[in-house]
Design a protein around this ligand. Structure first.
Ligand code: FES
Length: 103
């Protein structure tokens, strides 16, 4: 359920593969993967380190610390069945990027 949308910037602010923003008091990782923007928690659900330097392969982010792998194309699910990354919906409207508030 989407409670509302938070504007986090303009589309050109997210040209990099991975960008961290603050939204609603939380750090959010914006991922540009194969041209599509995804949003998730910027903290790995394993030991909480930043995902800012995750490795990218297709839609999969690999945590640099212990290698948990999250598929953003599958709502952040961890591919071994460990805890997934909490994802947010993203929308782009008139060149501005929004993420939904945490539900
Ligand atoms: S902190 Fe990410 S896999 Fe351990």
């Amino acid at each position: 359920v989407n409670r509302g949308w938070l504007k986090i910037g303009l589309e050109e602010d997210f040209a990099a593969d991975l960008t961290v923003v603050s939204a609603g008091g939380e750090k959010i990782l914006i991922c540009r993967l194969a041209g599509t923007l995804y949003a998730c928690s910027a903290r790995c659900p394993h030991a909480g380190i930043s995902m800012k330097h995750a490795e990218i392969e297709g839609t999969i982010l690999t945590c640099p610390l212990h290698g948990w792998r999250f598929d953003m194309g599958e709502a952040g699910a961890e591919i071994h069945g460990y805890r997934g990354l909490a994802t947010r919906n993203v929308k782009i409207e008139a060149g501005a990027v929004y993420v939904n508030e945490q539900s």
